[in-house]
Design a protein around this ligand. Structure first.
Ligand code: AMP
Ligand code: MG
Length: 507
């Protein structure tokens, strides 16, 4: 089989959009540009630790390439660059951000079409500001495992090809509390049709650079949305509605599986409706819509689980504002928000119908779902285990679900049994079990599972990473042999441990 060297490399983004005339990673403002040419910084001792054989197969390459994937001399045909973008962070316009520690190697032909290969953590770029452009092992493992797991859960996401340790330590203050420590550095090679974000458009609109905005829009539509046209407002609205619908689908999947992104800033919103930029994300364990894993967001909990659909709409509104200069009648942009809401509602209803095995959703199901949501919050209840056990329940009796509750003595038995009775009547004693088991995963990358993998990797042992990578390739399968270890509620040690219940943007 071939290696990275034998891929056919393209540079569509760099050749079709305006770029920076200066080359290299000197930190700077880069007006009127979509990208800056910059080479990755080679690792001292690149070691290939994790590899996605599926991504390798998609690219048609065999495992290997630690040098290049660790930031070494690029292969001929690659034209590495960092992308320039802006964004709203926690509701405020933050100006130029850009790829501060991501460097695209190039675009390569694959069995799934052309994809962009990007190294995360390969050194400084013009957009690094005061930071080092590096990534630590713990956050790289979290990105590698979670993006692959999300794919197998059926959630639209960027993918990961490899994780290389750099042999170099990186200084990080994990909880921003004045206790910096050295941690091993790593580089993930991630893969997507592109890493264009909402903020990629916003930066040009915010700086009144309409020519660059238009050029980026033309490149994006022509390359990634070829069935759309930009000939008139109707074409532009249809394209943007596609982005809205893709975003709605992504967020409704997050809600279905209990994923909390943690930093839904507009620079972390993919134009393809893919989950992107795995940072302080987390998985709901007890069903608390107010939960966010991100300690940086603990005061307002802007990016909490239950608010993700509204935040996606807010982010979309910022993208739409940036398109105003290209519209003859900007009022039409409101239609795109309606497209988002309609798409989200439809997906949301369908997914609840699937989670509960209802068949077709009917309006009367709304109260059933609302009451379920309230009951799930009465006492500490594990979301994943609850829905999984519900998929195979034989009688409408909460005792069959007891494994989902943290304190079996505290289960509100009466209210639960009366809700289960209502549901049982609704499904005529025959919930659609195969649809339920395909909507309610048995295994997700719980925060403490990722932490166990990280702790072992810090000791040089990647076997837990490997086991989780394998387990999470079939999240809807029973895999009974793994039940005792991984079909479990959060252990007590993980309740208030950094990395499990508390994460920061420090990565
Ligand atoms: P994030 O919230 O992780 O998506 O990052 C927000 C911005 O900070 C992006 O422009 C990143 O490229 C940049 N950034 C984050 N970490 C680093 C780092 N270690 N070095 C340079 N830039 C960084
Ligand atoms: Mg980001």
């Amino acid at each position: 089989m071939a290696t990275l060297d034998s891929l056919t490399w393209l540079s569509r983004f760099v050749s079709e959009t305006p770029g920076d005339s200066e080359v290299g990673g000197r930190s700077r403002q880069v007006p009127n540009a979509c990208w800056s040419r910059v080479l990755p910084t080679p690792s001292i001792d690149p070691q290939l630790q994790l590899w996605s054989s599926e991504m390798g197969q998609m690219l048609g390459i065999e495992k290997g390439g630690a040098e290049t994937l660790g930031g070494g001399v690029p292969i001929s045909g690659m034209d590495p660059y960092a992308q320039r973008y802006g964004g709203h962070q926690f509701g405020n316009w933050a100006g130029q951000l850009g790829d501060g520690r991501a460097i695209t190697l190039g675009e390569a032909e694959s069995k799934d079409g052309v994809v962009e290969l990007q190294l995360k953590g390969a050194g400084k770029t013009p957009y690094s500001r005061f930071a080092d452009g590096k990534a630590v092992l713990r956050s790289s493992i979290r990105e590698f495992l979670c993006s692959e797991a999300m794919h197998h859960l059926g959630v639209p996401t960027t993918r990961a090809l490899s994780l290389v340790t750099t042999g170099e330590d990186v200084l990080r203050d994990i909880m921003y509390d004045g206790n910096p420590a050295h941690e091993p550095g790593a580089i993930v090679c991630r893969v997507a049709p592109s890493f264009i974000r909402f903020g990629s458009f916003q930066i040009h609109s915010a700086t009144s650079d309409i020519d660059t905005l238009r050029s980026l829009v033309e490149h994006t539509v022509h390359t990634h949305f070829p069935t759309h046209s930009l000939d008139d407002d109707a074409g532009r609205i249809a394209w943007l509605s596609q982005i809205a619908e893709d975003t709605a689908l992504m967020v409704s999947h997050w809600m279905r599986v209990g994923f909390v992104h943690g930093v839904m800033n507009t620079d972390n919103m993919s134009i393809h409706g893919l989950t992107i930029d795995y940072g302080p994300y987390g998985w709901l364990e007890d069903y608390n819509p107010g939960w966010t894993p991100n300690t940086t967001d603990s005061s307002t909990r802007r990016y909490r689980y239950g608010q993700q659909p509204q935040i996606a709409a807010w982010n979309l509104a910022r993208l739409l504002e940036s398109m105003v200069p290209l519209m003859e009648d900007p009022e039409l942009l409101h239609n795109v928000l309606t497209a988002y809401t309609d798409a989200f509602d439809a997906h949301h209803n369908r997914m609840w119908a699937e989670k509960l095995g209802l068949g077709t959703f009917i309006p009367a199901d709304e109260s059933l779902i609302r009451d379920l949501n309230a009951l799930l919050q009465e006492v500490e209840t594990d979301m994943t285990i609850f829905f999984r056990l519900l998929s195979s329940i034989q009688t409408p009796d909460v005792s069959e679900l007891s494994h989902a509750f943290y304190d079996e003595q505290a289960i509100p038995v009466e209210p639960w049994n009366s809700w289960l009775e209502r549901w049982w009547v609704r499904v005529d004693s025959k919930p659609n079990r195969s649809i339920m088991t395909n909507a309610n995963p048995k295994y997700v990358l719980r925060n403490w599972m990722a932490q166990l993998a990280i702790d072992a990797a810090h000791m040089g042992d990647y076997s837990v990473c490997e086991r989780l990578h394998q387990l999470l390739k079939n999240p809807y399968a029973e895999q009974q042999e793994h039940e005792e270890e991984w079909f479990q509620k959060r252990p007590e040690w993980a309740r208030s441990k950094v990395g499990c219940s508390m994460l920061s943007c420090s990565s």
